[in-house]
Design a protein around this ligand. Structure first.
Ligand code: DGL
Length: 271
């Protein structure tokens, strides 16, 4: 057993969709979450900047003696390789590999769509990872830069016309491509699940990075004998790099449950 917390980070609040899935299947694990709300979005920045921010995010989480680190951010996962992270002392995963493994397993015709931030699609990392598992696969990627601001502004209620039109604009090009699987390559996108599935109906399987990553973490901790055991699970802790005002309300939308933990502001530049 290992009763230390799991560290999870994202550029903002999107990574809470991963926390939601982790809490569903590993309810007793304590989560230390960092959302870099002062520097979100990462998705339109250069690779060098994303790498520098990631190094700081990881140093912050390691200062809490976490037992594992999860980059709950498609942009980080696509742009920063594990071997590029200096001083990493604990097991690490991003959301890319778990999502790619699942997509390769469920796709029948090998035509796989990927949506994500501009930096994610530009990196080509999803295509490379998919072809590493299924060399015959055809991968079609499109960036959807307006999805993150729509989600961060809470425009996720079904029937919202602006969100409907935006989703149509970005996803209609996939309809002529014969994809049977679509990776939501950004952790904000599961909040748009209903809008996205309205476009494709039952013909396309949507891969949720949060669900796949939570299963990856569960398998890893189980096989390494690192799960929490005991009668006193600790409350989660949330850290942000900008104001905490409004955090609880928005975070609970992402988590679809009570926060169960306190929120604090930290100076990420100090790490
Ligand atoms: N949640 C981030 C991701 O998964 C997107 C937000 C951003 O652009 O920083 O890529």
């Amino acid at each position: 057993m290992d009763n230390r917390p799991i560290g999870v980070f994202d550029s903002g609040l999107g990574g809470l969709t991963v926390v939601k899935e982790l809490k569903n299947i590993l309810p007793d694990e304590q989560i230390i979450y960092f959302g870099d709300t002062g520097r979100v979005p990462y998705g339109n920045r250069s690779r060098e900047t994303i790498r520098r921010y990631t190094a700081q995010d990881i140093r912050l989480l390691q200062s809490f003696d976490v037992k594992m680190i999860v980059a709950a951010c498609g942009t980080v996962s696509a742009n920063v390789l594990e071997k590029e992270i200096e001083g990493l002392k604990v097991p690490y995963t991003g959301v890319l590999l778990p999502a790619v493994q699942s997509a390769c397993a469920v796709s029948t015709n090998g035509v796989i769509g990927v949506i994500g931030t501009t930096a994610t699609v530009r990196s080509g990392a999803y295509g490379k990872a998919i072809r590493g598992i299924r060399p015959d696969a055809k991968v079609i990627g499109h960036d959807c830069p307006l999805f993150v601001p729509l989600v961060e502004n809470g425009m996720v209620e079904r029937g919202n016309r602006i969100t409907e039109l935006t989703v149509q604009m970005y996803l209609t090009p996939f309809l002529t491509e014969d994809i049977d699987t679509l990776i939501m390559g950004c952790t904000h996108y599961p909040l748009l699940y209903g809008f996205i599935s309205d476009i494709f109906g039952n013909h396309v399987t949507l891969i949720d990075p949060g669900k796949e990553t939570a299963h990856y973490v569960q398998n890893y901790l189980t096989s390494s004998n690192m799960l929490f055991e005991g009668d006193d699970p600790q409350p989660n802790r949330y850290f942000v790099s900008d104001t905490v005002d409004g955090f609880c309300e928005t975070a609970e939308k992402f988590l679809q449950r009570d926060l169960n933990g306190q929120v604090e502001r930290i100076m990420i530049e100090d790490y």
